[in-house]
Design a protein around this ligand. Structure first.
Ligand SMILES: [Zn+2]
Length: 97
């Protein structure tokens, strides 16, 4: 196998200072301020504020994962909630027939 490794999408990644009272909204606000300040001082190709979105279970706090059926994999409470919702959706489907 002849593998060629190249560098692309070269960028500077900047993180805000995270204080103990930081919230995601405050961090986004701080990042937008950093963005403004960078633009004010130097020319850059593109500068954007980005974040990752993580889905978590409201009951156990684990990262949300589900089977192909949609059934959650983390904890019994999430499964119970899902089963309840499935039952309700089934009732709606029956009413629409
Ligand atoms: Zn859970």
């Amino acid at each position: 196998m002849a593998k060629i490794i190249s560098k692309e999408d070269i960028r500077v990644v900047v993180y805000p200072i995270i204080g103990y009272r930081s919230t995601p909204d405050k961090e986004i606000e701080d990042c937008k301020e950093i963005q403004k300040n960078i633009r004010r001082h130097i020319d850059v190709g593109k500068i954007e504020v980005r974040w990752n979105t993580i889905e978590r279970c409201e009951f156990c706090g684990f990262v949300w994962e589900e089977a192909n059926s949609g059934r959650p994999l983390c904890c019994p409470k999430a499964v119970k909630e899902w089963e309840k919702e499935e039952k309700e959706e089934e009732e709606v489907r029956k009413c629409l027939k």
